[in-house]
Design a protein around this ligand. Structure first.
Ligand code: S3P
Length: 432
């Protein structure tokens, strides 16, 4: 397991950065490509381990997926019931999105399958997808009555349902909608706050009739659809590390090109700009049904703000690196209504509280968030990633403004979402 001794920035970060393809969109492209009839070419896909695990699972379900070049794949979909029974357990690794979305698809197939993952994933709540799927007629068992993976799924004919989700979760919404594609009748999901809508957009792009009415999304089941080219934009959640880096290292100026700017994902830009950052979204266009643009960021003096419950779903994955921005900002930042962070790859509220306090940042851990007093020079320390890619990368960004190196243990986990992150950051530190 490799560790990383971070480098303090001694000069501005300048240039153009190409970030990893969007992880959420890549999972969906692989799964929907498999359920479509015929060829789906996916370009610019995320090469992170999470997505590679979903790719392996789709192959294990009998769907040919061929490499075209370093960033493009050809999926030869066989239609809604074209998957075949896998002869072994399906391992989703670290990926909650992979496991939960696949649970929805496998619940409506006519064969038996078992989904599992690594130690982190086997400790994350699965009842949130298992329960609505059971109301559709799914037969799923698992540890603690289906609350934890491994999940054993005896595929069944499903019935559509009207599901009111207690959590704003795109994984829950997508699992139910994907099961809905295989179910008889209409399936609808209503969320308390709208979560990312990549599943809905991709289905619409593939010609599926998806009805969206406020916070309710509906699909009608058992209607075949055809594969189509899908171009994956850069991942806003990966871009976020460089947005914060350039904001906090004086005199920096970066361009991040071809980033997905779906309004359900741009919370990090809005929040940083509210903190005083200088981030501009330019050259907006639409690619494969998703808004895409180039981001321009210049360093700025940041100040603390309050981030409230309704802001959280739009920036859920960027909160660890926003904690680093808050540490660099003058004054207090309060993050509230973010209890979902406790059930991510690790408990990210606890992890950020413990690790940032090691760097000398006054930080208070609350049940649903954090209060951070920024503006003090960060001190180097020995830190832990908890095996969580976003914690590891956030600490590397903190290292840019620390007075000496931060030693981050277990940084292999960065491969989960952003292979090449370290090289890109080191290039900026040496070549800008
Ligand atoms: C994701 C949804 C979010 C997010 C995760 C990716 C998705 O999780 O945190 O990284 O691709 O649907 P929840 O749906 O559990 O909030």
């Amino acid at each position: 397991m490799s560790s990383w001794s971070t480098t303090t920035a001694t000069k501005p970060l300048r240039g153009t950065v190409q970030v990893a393809g969007d992880k959420s969109i890549t999972h969906r492209a692989l799964i929907l490509g498999g359920l479509a009839q015929g060829e789906t070419i996916i370009s610019g896909y995320c090469l992170g381990e999470d997505c590679l695990n979903t790719l392996r699972v789709v192959r294990a379900l009998g769907i040919p997926v061929e490499d075209i070049d370093a960033t493009s794949l050809r999926v030869l979909g066989k239609g809604l019931w074209g998957f075949t029974e896998p002869s072994t357990v399906l391992d989703c690794g670290n990926s909650g999105t992979g496991l939960r979305l696949l649970a929805g698809v496998l619940a409506g197939q006519d064969f038996f399958s078992v989904l599992t993952g690594d130690g982190s994933l086997r400790n994350r709540p699965m009842g949130r997808v298992v329960n609505p799927l059971r109301t559709m007629g799914a037969s799923i068992t698992g540890r603690r009555a289906g609350e934890y993976a491994p999940l054993a799924i005896a595929g069944q004919g499903l019935q559509g349902c009207e599901y009111r989700s207690p959590v704003a979760s795109a994984q829950v919404k997508s699992a139910v909608l994907l099961a809905g594609l295989l179910a008889e009748g209409v399936t609808s999901v209503t969320e308390p706050v709208k979560s990312r809508d990549h599943t809905e957009r991709m289905l619409q792009h593939l010609g599926v009739d998806v009805q969206v009415d406020g916070r309710t999304v509906s699909v009608t089941g058992r209607r075949p659809f055809t594969g189509k080219p899908l171009s994956v934009p850069g991942d806003m959640s990966a871009a976020a590390f460089f947005l914060v880096a350039a904001s906090i290292v004086p005199d920096s100026e970066l361009c991040l090109s071809g980033i997905g700017v779906n309004p359900a994902r741009t919370g990090v830009v809005d929040i940083l700009n509210k903190m005083g950052a200088n981030i501009q979204i330019r050259n907006s266009r639409e690619v494969s049904g998703e808004p895409v643009a180039d981001l321009f960021v210049k360093s700025a003096d940041l100040h603390g703000i309050t981030i409230e419950a309704e802001d959280i779903p739009k920036t859920i994955d960027e909160l660890p690196v926003l904690c680093v921005a808050a540490a660099a900002a003058e004054g207090q930042t309060h993050i509230t209504g973010a209890q979902e962070l406790r059930v991510k790859e690790t408990d990210r509220i606890h992890a950020m509280a413990v690790e940032l306090s090691k760097l000398g940042i006054p930080i208070e851990e609350n049940p649903d968030g954090l209060s951070i007093t920024g503006g003090k020079r960060l001190t180097g320390a020995q830190c832990q990633s908890y095996g969580d890619h976003r914690v590891a990368m956030s600490l590397a960004i903190a290292g840019l403004i620390a007075n000496s190196a931060i030693i981050i243990d277990e940084t292999d986990c960065i491969e989960t979402s952003f292979p090449g992150f370290k090289g890109k950051l080191l290039d900026l530190l040496t070549n800008s």
